[in-house]
Design a binder for this molecule. Structure first.
Ligand SMILES: Nc1ncnc2c1ncn2[C@@H]1O[C@H](COP(=O)(O)OP(=O)(O)OP(=O)(O)O)[C@@H](O)[C@H]1O
Ligand SMILES: [Mg+2]
Ligand SMILES: [Zn+2]
Length: 535
């Protein structure tokens, strides 16, 4: 057998061994350091943060800090573990008998936890503390959590639990309240570049600054992701890292997909938008940089539309795509570009705060896809103000969207027809309110202006507006005046109905046949009048 050492991935090779080497986590390092110094570390510690920001690493450094005996063999707990004593070495090499790591993702059950609890009752074998590191703790079942609770409440002395999780919201409050919580931060690009530079120096490799910036951007805040990309890039490039090679490795040089993605957004095709996004993502592009690139491309197209000239071509677009971009730039209005750009930019900050960046980006893309079809806000306001008949069509022309909205096409060309429609929908209370409590000021399909009587519920207009929009799938505007006595405005439908009945009754009484019948049967009266236009 050859003694050649196997290739060790850079992320493992450069796992920080001390708090000093842990980058971008200053607050955590300081708090933990002080707690260890003062011997105030609690028995339950919870580390949370996105993947690859140093949770497992921190847990191991804490284990070393608590169990280190220093080169002399007589040292006590220290925030600066020596790294050379038996304990430090064994922990680094993952073979310490009293430092036990368990992956809750694969051992989620109550029996797994009972095993730990049982073992925790025995003293540490060789070290000062017995330390359990439970990774992905949110994966434990409810029973498993419950089993842990009692031990966490009164842990045997010298036992420390360190939990790590990427999904803090799935950890029950009962556990949270029994632990000291530390949040590991996403590493910003500057910190990541500094980290990569250290690794390159140790590996005796060189690179241009742009390559490192590209990798840092693709890492999305995770040190492990960043180092893995760097690792891959170093294997790709035999010599120094070059930005071009990194770009092609990350799938950033071919902008076709980016262009088609933006096209599907402007076209309002949500299903295509998601598929194209998946293609880019699957090709290695980081979710946030996809949004960022789209925002850049939107800005570039908008500029092209406004100035009509192209100062710089958009990097990576083919000639044909540049021509298509010009067509889009002419076709779309500046407010539309602004709207899409705003959604993408806001999506960028929203998604970066999401526990799952990927989901955040998808939602932002869908929002852009739908909203790129909204008429600009200024137009909507103008419509409302002018009380125009024509209501802008704000449902995007997207098949999926059409399916989602229940569409009826009833005849709603008069207020009376609207009221009958409300009756057809079995909204009897609303129907009665519309008849008795509403005086019509103005009616246009899609736009109703009414006055409310003193007995009307104050939310009547909003209610009607919402119902009509839901039923018809198009927006309705219902404005209501509530102030003062609205008598002069004309009658409610109910009043009109009563008046009509009285008139019919009077007309009937004038008829000789009816008169004759009444005279023949003394005491007879006209009790009711059957009126077709019942109200
Ligand atoms: N803050 C950091 N500073 C320097 N390197 C880091 C940092 N965080 C992570 N790394 C690098 O990433 C590797 C993985 O880190 P670690 O296992 O601690 O991440 P984690 O937060 O536990 O991730 P996961 O959620 O996937 O378990 C480390 O070996 C190290 O190379
Ligand atoms: Mg981990
Ligand atoms: Zn040590």
């Amino acid at each position: 057998m050859t003694e050649k050492t196997p290739y060790q991935v850079l992320a493992r090779k450069y796992r920080p061994a001390t708090f000093d080497a842990l980058m971008g986590q200053d607050v955590l390092v300081q708090t933990l350091g002080t707690a260890i110094d003062l011997n105030r570390l609690p028995h339950g510690i919870l580390l949370t943060g996105i993947r690859g920001t140093g949770k497992t690493t921190t847990a191991r450094i804490i284990a070393k800090a608590l169990n280190c005996v220093g080169p002399s063999g007589a040292g006590g707990p220290t925030p600066d573990p020596c790294g050379t004593c038996d304990h430090c070495r064994a922990i680094s090499e993952d073979r310490h008998l009293d430092v036990l790591e368990m992956d809750a993702a694969s051992r989620t059950g109550v029996d797994d936890v009972r095993e730990i609890i049982e073992a925790a009752r025995y003293k540490a074998i060789t070290a000062r503390y017995k330390i359990y590191i439970i990774d992905e703790v949110h994966m434990l079942t409810k029973h498993a959590f419950n089993a842990l609770l009692k031990t966490l409440e009164e842990p045997p002395p010298q036992v420390i639990f360190i939990f790590a999780t990427t999904e803090i919201r799935r950890v029950p409050d009962t556990i949270l309240s029994r632990c000291m919580r530390f949040d590991l931060k996403r590493l910003d690009e500057e910190t990541l570049i500094a980290l990569f530079s250290c690794i390159l120096k140790a590996e005796e490799r060189a690179s241009d600054p742009e390559s490192l910036a590209l990798i840092a951007r693709a890492a999305g805040g995770s040190a492990r992701d960043g180092i893995s990309i760097l690792d891959q890039a170093l294997l790709h490039c035999n010599q120094d890292l070059s930005a071009n090679q990194v770009r092609s490795m990350l799938g950033l040089s071919d902008r076709s997909h980016l262009f088609y993605l933006l096209e599907s957004i402007f076209d309002g095709r949500p299903a295509d938008t998601l598929t194209l996004y998946q293609t880019l993502y699957g090709g290695g592009a980081a979710p946030l940089s996809i949004l960022e690139d789209l925002a850049d491309l939107t800005h570039w197209m908008c500029r092209l539309g406004v100035t009509g000239t192209m100062d710089d071509p958009f990097p990576g677009l083919s000639d044909e795509q540049t021509e298509q971009a010009k067509t889009w730039a002419k076709k779309l209005s500046v407010p539309t570009f602004m709207q899409v750009w705003r959604i993408l930019s806001r999506g960028l900050s929203d998604a970066s705060l999401c526990p799952n960046v990927h989901h955040g980006v998808e939602m932002a893309l869908l929002a852009a896809c739908y909203l790129s079809h909204l008429p600009p806000l200024t137009d909507l306001i103008a419509v409302i103000e002018d009380n125009q008949q024509k209501i802008p069509h704000i449902t995007p022309d997207v098949p999926q969207v059409r399916q989602a909205v229940p569409v009826d096409s009833p005849d709603l060309t008069t207020f009376e027809k609207v009221v009958s429609f409300v009756r057809d929908k079995r909204e009897l209370l609303l129907e009665s309110q519309l008849k008795r409590d509403v005086r019509l000021i103005d009616f246009k399909p899609g736009n109703i202006h009414i006055a409310l009587t003193a007995t009307a519920p104050s939310n009547l207009a909003i209610l009607l507006q919402k119902k009509l929009a839901d039923w018809t799938g198009t927006p309705w505007i219902v404005r209501a005046d509530t102030d003062g006595d609205n008598q002069h405005l004309g009658q409610t439908l109910h009043e009109q109905h009563t008046e009509r009945q009285q008139k019919i009754r009077a007309d009937l009484l004038d008829q000789p046949l009816v008169r004759g019948a009444l005279d023949t049967f003394p005491g007879a009266e006209i009790e009711s009048v059957d009126d077709d236009s019942a109200a």
